[in-house]
Design a protein around this ligand. Structure first.
Ligand code: TYM
Length: 335
């Protein structure tokens, strides 16, 4: 049976990259797979968080995911910290993970910066917790943006190492699902860095909560070049900002970069940007409205994730018990 797992951090500013790279694909997959989607608050605290803000962000990201079309009736949506089996499996997998594998992780190097000695153990172990998130449900498919590729390869390596170490075929090797025309949405200010929640410039990203005027302003100011649009995708090769906007357009429209190039061949950005703006607003404005409506009803949002946590625990706990058996832990005294 195919089971999907994916996660998103509750660190504020849900943006267009999260939507096009991940959430929209979650929505598309929920009918065909058993889908489990998680707001990963344990990952969020690998960097300092202000408690009230974390609480608010958790509700906001949940609201955003639901507003975008993830249906908590058809899938499981919950907060990671509400299912302790994630943390426990992370420890057990950490005991099987060579340091050399973690030392290769580029995201740790980026986030730890120059003062690596001061970085927390949690930040270093982050990818092991991510592997545990997936494997505690024995998930087979993981829809993510391109930036999570290396972490997913590590999850596969960890699953394989566990199976080999204990001579079992217990954990499936999870398949990354990276698809759509915008698997890596770039900053609107700099086509060489990805759109991110942590970018200091709000003009670098379109937030899911931005109103129509803000979206229009940000796209008007988005960096481009002075050349007309090419007729084929190869013509975007050395034009990162142009490639980004065309990719966003294609993803929003549900078409391909090739189709957008064919449609806009020879046109200037002065013509393309208004079309992109209209498309972005018509897609995102209803989501932002629904998100605001849900944010006004935190009791409802809390109910959604409470129910999700119950259903997630019911899947995760028996799998953790099997892991205990595989490792040789004794049963007496356990619930
Ligand atoms: P996070 O919270 O950074 O991002 C959530 C999802 O959004 C995608 N994404 C993007 N896609 C395209 N362009 C962008 N600019 C962009 N920025 C973000 C991410 O690829 C991701 O799919 N470590 C993960 C969360 C996580 C997880 C997991 C994911 C924890 N456990 C288990 C899958 C499976 C993260 O920080 O995502």
């Amino acid at each position: 049976m195919n089971r999907i797992f994916s996660g998103i951090q509750p660190t504020g500013n849900l943006h267009l990259g999260n939507y096009l790279g991940a959430i929209r694909n979650w929505v598309g997959l929920q009918d065909d797979f058993e889908s489990i989607y998680c707001i990963v608050d344990l990952h969020a605290v690998t960097l300092p968080q202000e408690p009230d803000e974390l609480r608010r962000n958790l509700r906001e990201v949940t609201a955003g995911v639901v507003a975008a079309g993830v249906d908590p009736q058809r899938c499981i949506l919950f907060a990671q910290s509400a299912v302790p089996a994630h943390s426990e499996l992370a420890w057990l997998l950490a005991c099987q993970t060579p340091l050399g594998w973690l030392n290769r992780m580029t995201q740790f190097k980026e986030k730890a910066g120059k003062h690596r000695e001061n970085a927390g153990l949690g930040l270093y172990a982050y990818p092991v917790l991510m592997a545990a998130d997936i494997l505690i449900y024995r998930a087979t498919h993981v829809p993510v943006g391109d930036d999570q590729k290396q972490h997913l390869e590590l999850s596969r390596d960890i699953a394989g190492a566990f199976n080999r170490q204990f001579g079992v075929d217990f954990f499936p090797l999870p398949e990354p699902q990276i698809f759509g025309a915008a698997t890596r949405v770039m900053s609107l200010r700099d086509g060489s860095s990805k759109m991110s929640k942590s970018d200091v410039s709000d003009y670098s990203r379109i937030n899911m909560t931005d109103d129509a005027d803000t979206i229009a302003l940000k796209l008007r100011k988005a960096r481009t070049d002075a050349d007309p649009l090419p007729g084929v995708p190869a013509g975007l090769a050395e034009r990162p900002e142009a490639a980004n906007l065309v990719g966003i357009y294609a993803a929003l429209e549900g078409s391909t970069v090739a189709a957008v190039c064919a449609e806009y061949e020879g046109r200037m950005f002065s013509e393309f940007k208004p079309a992109l703006t209209e498309l972005a607003i018509s897609t995102l404005a209803p989501i932002a409205d629904e998100m605001r409506r849900l944010m006004d009803d935190p009791g409802h949002v809390d109910g959604v994730i409470a129910d999700g946590a119950k259903r997630a625990r019911a899947i995760a706990e028996p799998i953790l018990a099997e892991v205990h058996d595989i490792l040789g832990f004794l049963r007496p005294g356990r619930g």
